[in-house]
Write a protein that binds this ligand. Structure first.
Ligand code: C5P
Length: 312
């Protein structure tokens, strides 16, 4: 027993925390030839996190621990197709080295929830392995490797509040002097991102003006927690509501419970209720629980992107 503990303590590990994202604005254009949609989005990193711990090992492996009843792992692979292992392999390949690691994920961000949980795990794995092996990967290279893994991975690295263009992978930080409060309304059933984009193509023209209004960036720049609500918007909402009418009912319930504004998170099915401050958010969450929406979290943004929280 003592020996085992000594051995564990001598195996270096690094833990990196990566945030969930919301899209305070999501404008979607007509589908491109590569199957992706051009986006203009305002990302915000919020205080709901996955922690990823990496340790050198003979072979790649991943294990996931669930932090809360709103996380359902049934669709998360534990083999080489897991995005965290793909991130690790991509980093190793980038440096032309032969290494492997055991990856442990402690998961609070819902799976297939529209909050970029998989992207957070990929971003956290890249940063954790870079530190564990002292690879000194440049920020630009981490962002490029991240973009290959998924459209939301670069933002999970950067965090804060940022615009996303291209297919979401071109991230530009914006000044955000507010502190924004949200009630995250989780959903039992995942909703696949491609299915929502597919419904969007059928239902919407996709050739409208989907650009971010400059006034939205002004609202983020001004201190305080007011003035954002008029700009909160998600082009995918009608498609998600078409596939899942229960989501529209959740939005209505949030408004009836006092939310300033209710919004689909990314491609859903997680919904967001915008609150004026922390107390207001807790009040709304309490009222929602009384209406049967018990799986919620009160979060705020912006928060930092993937960052080291422990070395051992
Ligand atoms: O990049 P990511 O792996 O997150 O994308 C998952 C899927 O979501 C894509 O295969 C595509 O169907 C859809 N998507 C899209 N346009 C984007 C981002 C994602 O159509 N800008």
């Amino acid at each position: 027993m003592v020996e085992v503990r000594a051995q564990r303590a001598s195996t270096p590990s690094v833990t990196v925390r990566a945030p969930a994202k919301i899209n305070a604005y999501l404008g979607v254009g007509r589908v491109r030839d590569d199957g992706f949609h051009p986006l203009e989005t305002v990302y915000q990193a919020v205080s709901l996190y996955d922690d990823v711990t990496v340790t050198s090992a003979e072979e790649w492996s991943v294990s996931t621990m669930v932090e809360g009843p709103h996380v359902d792992l049934s669709s998360v692979p534990d083999d080489d197709t897991n995005i965290a292992i793909r991130a690790g392999r991509a980093l190793v390949e980038h440096h032309g080295i032969e290494r492997a690691a055991a990856i442990e994920i402690s998961k609070s961000i819902p799976v297939a929830g529209g909050m970029a949980g998989g992207s957070a795990d990929a971003a956290a794995t890249l940063v954790a392995l870079d530190r564990l092996w002292s690879l000194g990967t440049s920020d630009d290279d981490l962002l490029a490797i991240g973009a290959e893994l998924g459209s939301d991975v670069p933002f999970a690295l950067v965090g804060g509040t940022a615009t996303g263009t291209g297919r979401g992978e071109v991230v530009t930080p914006v000044e955000d002097n507010g502190s924004w409060w949200w009630v995250v309304i989780f959903n039992d059933e995942g909703l696949s991102t491609p299915s929502v984009y597919g419904a969007y193509d059928l239902l919407e023209e996709g050739d409208h003006d989907y650009r971010i209004r400059p006034a939205m960036l002004d609202a983020l720049r001004s201190p305080g927690s007011e003035g954002l609500e008029v700009f909160l918007y998600n082009d995918l909402e009608s498609a998600a509501f078409y596939l899942r009418p229960d989501l529209e009912r959740a939005a209505e319930a949030a408004l009836e419970c006092g939310a300033i504004m209710a919004l689909l998170s990314g491609s859903g099915p997680t919904m967001l209720a915008h609150a004026s401050d922390a107390d207001d958010a807790r009040l709304i969450a309490g009222r929602l629980a009384g209406r049967g929406y018990e799986q919620t979290a009160v979060v705020h943004g912006p928060v930092a992107g993937a960052h080291v929280v422990a070395y051992s």
